[in-house]
Design a protein around this ligand. Structure first.
Ligand code: GDD
Ligand code: MN
Length: 380
């Protein structure tokens, strides 16, 4: 009875829980906890700090125990099995004592001064607030080229699942408790945010730009098997989405597939007209081709407007014309991209031209989809 009372009391004592996963962070942990507590003091947020450690071999545990002894709002969880960053964060979600959960690295890669912005975003209605390195205002400092390339690759992959999110693999985010409580998260690897996006119950998110600074102390634990885990995780989320057939990820895939089918219909229109105009109307084949291409663009626009993106269209005539012009420009850009990729691969890299063209079509498709999705039929 007494214990229950205490739990209820602590539940509304905190506005925010800051979860810091750690593994061998003796150089950083005291400073990051100090910085987070300073942010709490300055912003007036009543916050707790939850360090989730995977049995560090260095002095991390001892340091945190000491700080926890002096600060009532600091807690340490030492994990013994199922070692892993994502697993640790999920354990932190479960043990947090507030309704808004913030995740931040221990190594100052994520600026703690921004915590109040994440907190306010979720308090004011967003289900998830994501710190983004890849939107305007965001950046990465001090990363070697190799890491940048790997990260961009991982991000590109993640964006296939979450095209709206510029940085779906960010480790700096805040989430409303209901999004993750009871959600069938299957955490593994480094990309816990992907899991939250893929299996959490959310409707809205905001992104907050930040500059990622590489750690000055200690070493990153990113390895090859981390990347394999990531690919497996993407596949798992895709499968989950496929069986549930609902939610933002599913909606996006429905759009991608429709966009692809519309593209196929355009090929039939194009070929059919090329044949008819040349053989039946007797036009010179290049003239027929120009007309056929243009009419296939019109065909594709109409289907995409009434079908693929029907949820995000504005019925006013002027807007429709605007969308058409935008679609037209994007399509011309796509044709150019297709040709450039074909030329580069076939002529310079020596790839067989039909294979090169397939790659070109794929790149152009990705371009067409992304740009049309975000500009021509933008939702916000
Ligand atoms: N509990 C626990 N268990 N914590 C871990 C583990 C683990 O197995 N591995 C790493 N951590 C902690 C680190 O102590 C640090 O606080 C944080 O997780 C990030 O680890 P780093 O090793 O510094 O990661 P990074 O800098 O390579 O990766 C960062 O960028 C990624 C995006 O590119 C992190 O922010 C990732 O979360 C993020 O996905
Ligand atoms: Mn780091």
């Amino acid at each position: 009875m007494c214990r229950l009372k205490e739990e209820i009391a602590t539940a509304d004592t905190y506005d925010l829980s800051v979860i810091i996963p750690t593994f061998n962070e003796e150089e950083n942990i005291a400073a990051i906890i100090g910085a987070v507590n300073e942010v709490f003091r300055q912003s007036g947020i009543r916050g707790e700090v939850l360090v989730v450690d995977d049995s560090s071999k260095d002095r991390t545990i001892g340091i945190v125990e000491e700080i926890a002894g002096q600060n009532g709002n600091v807690r340490l969880i030492v994990r013994k099995d199922d070692h892993g960053l994502s697993q640790s964060v999920v354990e932190g979600f479960g043990k947090a004592r507030s309704d808004i959960l913030q995740v931040i690295d221990a190594d100052f890669s994520h600026p703690p001064e921004l915590i109040p912005r994440f907190y306010e975003a979720v308090r004011d209605g967003a289900d998830i607030a994501i710190g983004s390195r890849y939107m305007k205002g965001g950046d990465i400092e001090q990363w070697p080229l190799k890491r940048r390339v790997i990260s961009l690759g991982a991000t590109a992959f993640g964006r296939v699942l979450f095209p709206e999110v510029t940085d779906p693999v960010s480790g700096f985010f805040a989430v409303r408790r209901e999004v993750v409580a009871g959600a069938p998260l299957a955490p593994r690897g480094y990309k816990i945010l992907m899991e939250v996006l893929g299996r959490g119950r959310w409707h809205s998110f905001v992104e907050i730009p930040f500059v990622f600074k590489d750690r000055e102390e200690g070493t990153s634990k990113l390895r090859l098997d981390t990347m394999m885990d990531y690919l497996r995780q993407c596949a798992g989320i895709a499968r989950f989405t496929g069986t549930r057939r609902a939610g933002p990820v599913w909606d996006e895939w429905v759009k991608i597939v429709r966009f692809g089918l519309v593209g196929l219909s355009g090929i039939f229109v194009n070929m059919g007209l090329l044949y008819a105009l040349t053989e039946i109307a007797g036009l010179y084949y290049l003239v027929s081709a120009a007309i056929a291409i243009e009419l296939s663009i019109v065909n594709n626009f109409i289907w995409n407007d009434v079908w693929t993106f029907k949820s995000s269209r504005d019925l006013r005539f002027g807007r429709r014309i605007q969308r058409f012009l935008s679609f037209q420009a994007v399509s011309v850009g796509g044709l150019a991209i297709n040709m450039v990729v074909l030329y580069l691969l076939a002529d310079i890299a020596g790839v067989y031209y039909l294979v090169a063209n397939l790659v070109g079509i794929f790149v152009a498709f990705a371009w067409n989809y992304m740009v049309n999705r975000h500009f021509t039929w933008k939702t916000r």
